[in-house]
Design a protein. Structure first.
Length: 390
């Protein structure tokens, strides 16, 4: 499903803002002459370009902006493009190559700066310069993304190790960390219901209806249904306009859904970790490797918690059954550590479940000053199957 994000798309999608028809024609001619495959969308005014970006923010790979434009200047346009927080590098092209303009452009965050010359020789370097800028920008962007992903994984690992957080609290905290570090407005943790046909919203963050938490949904009403069915990550875009796709967050105008399965070593698919956005994020699958790490951590935590709960339940059931015996009764593992005991055992040894479970029975029964052996120790030697009954 994923592609190499360092590769340069062909053709390159260039947003070109230039108020001179002559310079626009020369720009296109230079790209053709240099053999650069490109789709150039030309606007004469900055306002027109902003309107296009607002309706399709991920439609372009690069913006080339003339410094002098009617209305909003090229520098102001670059500021507004950066404010949109979309992955779009910008180049300022100007006929007045002053140091002041260069400094201002760099302060704004323009990725590169190109000076027009009277002979228009600058056009000859465009076919080589543009792909290099796009490649460098993508590498820098991906490096930043991976750094934030590592921060998210570290924070989530600490969350799993913190005894103050129950599994229910982790479900609620996890989406908050993921949404913040992955720069997505919506994140969700959904788990399969016991019937394996429905999903339960266990954690959710973002601009969504507050009553969605705990909602039980048929599988067909979740865009991540394919992830659950296949056990593989999936990226869905154009959700709102695709009649074949359904999403329980449709009221939030969801457009993108990236989901990664939560799996356990012995439990199969348990649910999904989801990123959502109200715009189409066609490159969102760059986050799949990091989300897999997080989802695997969550799957292991779910299995561990379920195993602990089952053990506690089993211990209570055994303790209740053993309490019927008046004599002290204990069940040990093969290393002679205490697993379960009845009330009479604790009374006889002066211990409690909190101080005794997990310890060697010989250490529970004897103090350091007492001599050995005793009937209990002899019985332990005799009973090699791990069960001791006084």
């Amino acid at each position: 499903m994923s592609v190499n994000k360092n590769s340069i798309p062909s053709p390159l999608r260039i947003l070109f803002i230039e108020d001179s028809e002559h310079d626009a024609t020369a720009f296109n001619r230079a790209l053709d002459k240099g053999g650069l495959a490109a789709e150039v969308t030309h606007y004469f005014k900055a306002e027109e370009a902003l309107e296009a970006l607002n309706s399709a923010p991920l439609a372009y790979d690069l913006a080339v902006v003339d410094y002098k434009l009617p209305g909003i200047t090229g520098l102001e346009l670059c500021k507004r493009i950066l404010a949109l927080e979309i992955p779009l590098p910008t180049i300022i092209v100007t006929g007045a190559g002053t140091e002041h303009i260069a400094v201002e452009a760099m302060k704004v965050g323009v990725f590169d700066y190109l000076v027009k010359d009277s002979q228009q020789n600058y056009l000859n370097i465009l076919p080589l310069l543009i792909p290099e800028i796009v490649s460098k920008y993508r590498k820098n962007t991906i490096s930043t993304i991976h750094k934030k992903e590592r921060q998210a994984i570290a924070s989530i690992s600490e969350l799993f190790l913190d005894d103050r957080y129950s599994l229910e609290l982790i479900y609620k905290k996890l989406p908050e960390i993921i949404a913040a570090e992955f720069d997505f407005p919506i994140s969700t943790v959904m788990l399969l219901a016991e019937n394996k046909k429905e999903m339960v919203v266990r954690g959710i963050t973002g601009n969504v209806a507050p009553d969605l938490l705990g909602t039980v949904l048929p599988m067909e009403k979740t865009a991540c249904g394919t992830t659950i069915a296949s056990g593989q990550p999936s990226l869905q875009t154009n959700i709102a306009s695709d009649p074949d796709l359904h999403c329980f967050m449709s009221d939030s105008n969801i457009e993108t859904c990236l989901s990664v399965p939560v799996t356990g070593k012995g439990s199969g698919v348990l649910g999904a970790v989801i990123l959502g956005d109200t715009i189409n994020r066609f490159d969102a699958d760059i986050h799949v490797p990091a989300l897999k790490v997080i989802a695997n951590h969550l799957g292991q935590e779910i299995e561990r918690t379920l195993a602990d709960e089952l053990q506690v339940k089993s211990q209570k059931e055994w303790s209740t059954a053993l309490d019927a015996y008046e004599d002290g009764v204990s069940i040990l593992d093969l290393d002679r550590r205490l697993l379960i005991a009845n009330k009479s055992f604790y009374t006889m040894t002066g211990s409690t479940p909190k101080t005794a479970i997990g310890k060697f029975v010989v250490d529970i029964v004897h103090t350091k000053e007492e001599g050995l052996p005793c009937p209990i120790c002899e019985a332990q030697v005799a009973l090699r199957d791990g069960v001791f009954i006084k």
